[in-house]
Design a protein around this ligand. Structure first.
Ligand SMILES: [Zn+2]
Ligand SMILES: [Zn+2]
Length: 119
């Protein structure tokens, strides 16, 4: 009887670990039930499916993609943790250089193209 409980426990643990890795927790559960501790070992050595985890997070609304570098970040983030860019206030590129006509960001002091002073 105790052995069954241990095996069931193995299934639950393996299922949880496998699910956290972006895989099917049902498959992990079955692996734990069938192989016991070996099943847990199996799910532990299985590489994490990062893409699946990110897709799940995006679908659940917990994450979004950074518009600058396309990495997955938290929805509430105001600065991307990958590229460090500001997400709350996207950089505005509205300042036209009077000399060469190149568009510069609003905060620019000099034109990035010809170095003319912008006002
Ligand atoms: Zn980014
Ligand atoms: Zn210019």
């Amino acid at each position: 009887m105790e052995l069954i409980i241990v095996w069931l426990l193995c299934g639950v643990i393996a299922g949880a670990v496998y699910g956290n890795k972006g895989k099917s927790s049902v498959v992990g559960f079955l692996a734990g039930i069938v192989f016991g501790p070996l099943g847990i070992l199996f799910v532990l050595v299985t590489p994490t499916d990062q893409a699946a985890i990110e897709n799940k997070a995006i679908q659940s609304g917990a994450s979004k993609k950074c518009p600058h570098c396309a990495e997955t970040i938290r929805v509430g983030a105001s600065v991307c943790r990958y590229c460090g860019r500001d997400l709350a206030n996207p950089v505005q590129v509205n300042k036209r250089c009077p000399s060469c006509g190149t568009m510069n960001i609003d905060k620019a002091i000099l034109c990035w193209s010809c170095s003319t002073k912008l006002d």
